[in-house]
Design a protein around this ligand. Sequence first.
Ligand code: AOF
Ligand code: ZN
Length: 408
Amino acid sequence: MVQFHNRRYSPDDRKLYNLFCVTEYVIRCCFALNNCFYSGFFMLEHKKYIQRTFELARKGMGKVNPNPLVGAVIVKNNTIIGEGYHEQFGGAHAEVNAIKNATESVEGATLYVNLEPCSHTGKTPPCSDLIIRNKLSKVVIAMTDPNPHVSGRGIAKLRNAGIEVVENVLQKEAEDLNRVFIKYITSKTPYIVAKWAMTLDGKIASHVGDSQWVSNEKSRDIVQDLRNEFMGIMVGVNTIIGDDPKLTYRKKNGRSPIRIVMDSKLRIPMDSYVITHREEAETIIVHTTNAPASKKEILKELGVQCIETKPVQEKVDINVVLEKLGERGIDGILLEGGGTLNFSAFQAGVIDEVITFLSPKIIGGKHAKTPVEGGGIHLMKDAIALEYINVTNVDNDLMIRSKVKKEG
Ligand code: AOF
Ligand code: ZN
């Protein structure tokens, strides 16, 4: 006889009880497996459609700054019934376009979007209200909106209205896509990417200054795309004096970045391409209050835009410059050096990311230029620390993206 809870049961009861326990366990396992299978399956579906929102969002590159890149997909009965993206600054948001483009009623459908739908009235009304009004039943989001006016409020609105919200699907990828927006909306200063092409022995030009070309054609084509992606391009005056570059975007369907020349003492030749061809792209010259008055006057007469700062060790105050560029709505800058400016920018701690094109060539030469020069650090413990984001093989050049580790 076995006793359970002060009651007496026969051995047959006991067997029955054991059988019951085993059956219950098996049923629970089946349910768990089922859930696992379904959540895995749904997550795969979610990732597939969020990937599609990334593709759509990228179509807004060079057109929406300083707004984010956003794409949206509406799915009903496992079929895409509507797609849209944020097409231009001040224009309709991605969700609005996806709903507008839907080929059937969006009621009960799932919306996929790579950024939390907005909850505020900016240049356009709140997307979360539109989603609620149109009775979508589920919203899958890659990342919350870092805009302090939104920042979780869009998600809260949707949930309060009874809409199911799935968050953080491919979040890391989404944050990488909108890294410029994240930095700018939270700091009002631009995201800075230092970019250079170098040989395997770390040179950006031969000792006589020849640099055409270090990287291959495909890599140079990617650099053109970067010029469309970033609103500003920054160089030091030595690059203007040495190479007289155009700094424009030369492919179809894009726009040239605003050219920013760091020139403390106003040494820029007045017949430089960036001064004489301002119809191709805006040019801003940055100098200190110590620059010669005569040069300032000439630039004023020519109508060239200038930014002036107090000198910091005879150079422009880069932090002030970035604040002023941020005030003009410049959200991202491609820094194309050279070595002196790159070192100053690293020293000032303003670089967020580095893109290096590494070409399988050796050119040698003690006096051949390197990407980061200036005085350099003294001790290895003071080296600027970076971490790799990714490495891509570009027709046998390596494109290495890395981000600067920031303290705190
Ligand atoms: C979205 N979907 O497609 C975009 C969003 O001035 P507005 O009205 O264009 O609002 C800009 C802000 O709205 C922007 O800073 C970001 O927070 C959000 N952008 N939101 O849901 C979009 N472009
Ligand atoms: Zn919106």
